[in-house]
Design a binder for this molecule. Structure first.
Ligand code: G6Q
Length: 548
């Protein structure tokens, strides 16, 4: 048994579980008219309502006790002071420094001037592209930015560029290529004019197989369309920590935007990895985006734990995953601009907290990260909400929506929010048999010709209710608010990792597949029958070879 699951705070929560498990969420609201007030928090324009979870004040107190026992406050300070919190790679995790203003000393050196230098370089570059001062080889202004990168070097920039479309420049289009499948690259490039296309190769390591293959293919396309090696310098820029590899690729030193080892891929959108975002929304908006995140950092550091949004969001997740055993978590943004937000959070949460070894190197005996997935509302309502309402497993969900739309078509935003609110209410309240009978009094009356058939449908019409949701409402999806929301989830992930005693900043789990790909790739180069693997793997390789 681990120290966590035998600890007094954990055991107290376990004792408390049956008390809450038998409580009906609907009744908790009836008993306490102030429940919303007691279990909701605000930071600036962001409201977080977690009252629709099976919690009481005792639950929160016990969860806070668990956080204290696991040293959460000390761990937060350690991270913000530059401690080596990425312990399996013996590194600090300083993504917050990318949006910080005051000095931060790492190994005796203030790292902030370097960060601000890169921001200044981004600012100059961004404005020269956006105002047309910097031109392509034929003297025309750039109209299209193609960013090539994958994972952490792609998901954040895509998500934010999409989310902040209302702030984007009309004369510049953003495109993203991540997949090794040539379909994405071909589809995008065939629409573009090389004279007005700028490529950003975004890769921390500059060795990632997919990114390098796509970058080489883009360079080949550029040269085949009339570009020359000499003018690659005008059309290709790189964001990387690996200057040597970038220069080998043929990118000019002036066109390299650096970042640092202490930023993990999935935490890197605040660095020059965010260059596509800055090119789309302009540097002023990018600074507001950083400001929003900074405000969440300051709140995370300073607010008391019981009023601290990331702390509470993280602890509610712990309650659901470890005590109620709910291991799937839905992210449901009621804002079409946030359509890539679930995918972004999927990486942030699953790569960070998909761990099974604790800081002492022992295998854990409790669940860690949930499976995170989702789609924007209202689309999901017509697809998978059936399972959320009436399925056998309970999936806690985060609902997110702005109060003001950037695209207020007739009364559609009101309609959207009515759906958001109604869904969370329906999940909590459910619908009982007697309520159905009352609603369908006529159909069920003695005189009704359909009475018997109707009766049979009643069990199918019952909604059990008690399905937990967190609602996050904010005023408007602007750069600052989006910055705060992303930082909220970054810190939520950190809170949970502290409870679980795991490292949220490494990702060793992606290595084995990469290694085996190299071996399989060699075997795919000829037509020989393969027998060196298990029968399934051999069978798949040989089938592919026979049919390619
Ligand atoms: C993120 C991961 C991973 C990484 C990609 C791309 O935290 O480390 O998603 O971002 O594998 O890596 P490069 O930026 O090095 O190409």
């Amino acid at each position: 048994m681990s120290t966590l699951t035998t600890s007094s705070a954990w055991l107290s929560l376990q004792d408390h579980l049956p008390v809450m498990a038998k409580q009906n969420l609907r009744e908790l609201f009836t008993q306490d008219p102030n429940r919303f007030k007691s279990f909701s928090l605000k930071l600036n324009d962001i409201l977080m309502d977690y009252s629709k979870h099976p919690i009481s004040q005792s639950t929160i107190n016990l969860l806070l006790e668990l956080a204290r026992q696991q040293g959460l406050e000390e761990k937060i300070s350690e991270m913000f002071c530059g401690g080596r919190v990425n312990f399996s790679e013996d590194r600090a995790a300083l993504h917050f420094a990318l949006r910080r203003e005051d000095a931060l000393i790492l190994d005796g050196v203030d790292i902030m001037p370097e960060i601000h230098d890169v921001l200044t370089k981004m600012e100059r570059f961004t404005s020269s592209i956006r105002n047309g001062e910097r031109k392509g080889y034929s003297g025309k202004a750039f109209t299209d930015i193609v960013s090539i990168g994958i994972g952490g070097s792609n998901l954040g920039p895509v998500m934010v560029t999409e989310a902040l479309k209302p702030y984007s420049a009309d004369h510049i289009s953003s495109h993203f290529i991540s997949n090794i499948d040539g379909t994405q690259l071909s589809t995008i490039l065939k629409k573009l004019n090389p004279e007005t296309t700028l490529f950003i190769i975004a890769s921390k390591t500059f060795t990632t197989q997919e990114t390098m293959a796509n970058a080489r293919a883009a360079r080949k396309w550029f040269l085949a369309q009339g570009g020359s090696e000499k003018i690659i310098a005008d059309h290709f820029v790189a964001v990387s920590t690996n200057r040597m590899e970038v220069e080998k690729f043929g990118i000019n030193a002036d066109n390299i935007f650096k970042f640092w080892d202490w930023v993990g891929g999935r935490y890197s959108l605040w660095s020059a990895i965010g260059l596509p975002i800055a090119l789309s929304i302009g540097m002023e908006n990018f600074y507001l985006f950083l400001k929003g995140a900074r405000e969440m950092d300051q709140h995370f550091i300073a607010a008391p734990m019981e009023r601290n949004l990331p702390v509470i969001l993280g602890l509610i997740g712990i309650w659901q995953i470890n005590f109620f055993g709910n291991k799937s978590h839905a992210i449901l943004p009621y804002d079409q601009s946030l359509h890539r937000f679930p995918a972004y959070l999927q990486q942030l949460e699953m790569e960070s907290n998909g761990k099974r070894i604790d800081r002492s190197g022992n295998e854990v005996d409790y669940s860690t990260g949930a499976i995170v997935w989702g789609e924007p509302g209202t689309n999901g309502q017509h697809a998978f909400y059936q399972l959320l309402h009436q399925g056998t497993q309970i999936t806690p969900a985060d609902f997110l929506a702005p109060c003001i739309s950037h695209n207020p078509v007739d009364n559609q935003h009101r309609l959207l929010l009515a759906n958001f609110i109604a869904q969370t209410e329906a999940m909590m309240q459910g619908k009982k048999k007697n309520e159905i009978c009352e609603e369908y009094e006529v159909e069920l009356s003695e005189e009704s010709p359909i009475k018997d058939t109707f009766k049979k449908t009643i069990p199918h019409k019952v909604f059990p209710g008690g399905r937990p949701t967190t609602s996050i409402l904010f005023k408007k999806l602007d750069p600052k608010t989006l910055g705060s929301l992303i930082a909220l989830y970054e810190h939520k992930v950190f809170v949970q990792s502290v409870i679980w005693n795991t490292n949220p900043f490494d990702q060793w789990g992606v290595e084995l597949g990469k290694q085996l790909t190299g071996k399989v790739l060699d075997e795919l180069k000829n037509e020989m029958q393969i027998t060196s693997h298990d029968s399934s793997t051999n069978g798949l390789i040989n089938y592919f070879k026979e049919n390619r």
